[in-house]
Design a protein around this ligand. Structure first.
Ligand code: NAD
Ligand code: AKB
Length: 317
């Protein structure tokens, strides 16, 4: 049985991925690692929780040693909008702390899953049907750290035989934990505002197409990639994966089908808009499909229906 550490386990993806890993591999075999943010009751009571600040190498090593960890899902990171406001912090967390994790993985022989992002692409990338292997010259600090992270993970695989694998996630939509300061956060916030106030002011303009994915697919992808037969993987860091692509108008129209009096207006945030304009409209994820069987389940209408049902219960009951 695997012994897993999830760093950044209190975040948007970590809070749900940890619970699914515990369901599959057993509660005691999955350690939730957090730094400052207080974990929710579910995460704290269902299995081990350790303070694992990735800035502290000894703390990371201690947790890996104590729990005999063999697989790390490294989710601790700074997302794109916050990274643009605090570039030094973004470099420190997304690169220097990733280095600490890779060093721990090298010493204790762990496999490592490190998410990359659509942010690893830039304005000179082909933005439609973005290929798996293409130009990556991102112009945001987040993107610079994501490309560097992909290269560092590939280096550790080739040089030190550390089993590193990654996904270029699109915007992830979920209803458990709020997103942590990204450009695609609007696609989550819209649901909370539609249910609570029937209106939403969108920080990205109409016509801004981006890849997106519902959380159950994001979790499934991460686990399936880590379970994939290594002999089939031609790529490692990181695979394009997507489930849907839409702009704010299309999402709002879908929400309106369930909440007819919902209205949306725009107050475009130039920083977020600049980042979004440099990211793909829709990625080609055929390499992930061919090499390890990636196949998302949630379409836009199914995701929107589920988000509204789950959040209505959570916010209105
Ligand atoms: P998040 O911001 O919700 O969570 C990150 C967590 O890391 C937070 O709980 C934060 O407190 C923690 N953290 C920050 N610095 C730390 C440190 N030094 N040590 C330990 N923990 C630290 O992020 P998320 O959305 O869950 O993203 C997880 C990963 O997936 C990141 O690498 C992110 O770039 C990537 N990703 C996310 C999305 C998305 O839409 N959520 C899309 C693409 C890629
Ligand atoms: C962000 O917007 O920063 C993230 C991402 C797509 O990487 N959601």
């Amino acid at each position: 049985m695997k012994k897993i550490l999830v760093t950044g386990a209190v975040g948007q993806i970590g809070s749900e991925l940890t619970m699914e890993l515990r369901r599959i591999y057993g509660n005691d075999n999955v350690v939730a690692g957090g730094n400052r943010t207080k974990p929710g009751k579910k995460l704290l009571e269902s299995g081990p929780f350790e303070i694992c600040d990735c800035t502290k190498m000894e703390q990371v090593n201690e947790v890996v040693k104590k729990h005999e960890i063999d697989t790390i899902y490294h989710l601790a990171a700074i997302l794109s909008a916050v990274a643009e406001a605090k570039p030094g912090l973004a470099w420190d967390v997304n690169i220097n702390r990733l280095y600490n994790i890779l060093e721990a993985a090298r010493e204790y022989k762990c496999a490592v899953m490190v998410p990359s992002s659509i942010g690893a692409f830039g304005p000179t990338t082909p933005l439609d049907d973005t290929p798996q292997d293409t130009i990556q010259r991102p112009t945001s600090m987040y993107g610079v750290t994501k490309v560097s992270g992909e290269l560092l993970c590939d280096y550790y695989y080739k040089r030190f035989d550390v089993d590193t694998r990654g996904l270029r996630y699109p915007g992830i939509i979920s209803n458990e934990t709020l997103p942590g300061g990204g450009t695609t956060d609007y696609a989550v916030e819209i649901f909370y505002e539609a249910i609570k106030t029937r209106k939403y002011t969108c920080p990205l303009g109409a016509g801004t197409f981006l890849d997106m994915m519902y959380m159950p697919d994001a979790i499934k992808g991460a686990i399936e990639l880590m379970e994939a037969d290594p002999s089939k993987l031609k790529h490692r860091n990181a695979f394009n994966v997507t489930a849907m692509s839409f702009d704010p108008e299309i999402l709002a129209a879908e929400v309106k089908k369930h909440i007819p009096d919902f209205t949306m207006d725009y107050d475009v945030d130039p920083v977020k808009q600049g980042i979004a304009d440099s990211w793909p409209n829709n990625m080609d994820d055929s390499a992930a499909r061919a090499e390890w069987g990636w196949k998302p389940e949630y379409t836009l209408p199914v995701m929107v229906k589920d988000m509204i049902e789950v959040l209505s219960k959570k916010l209105l009951d």
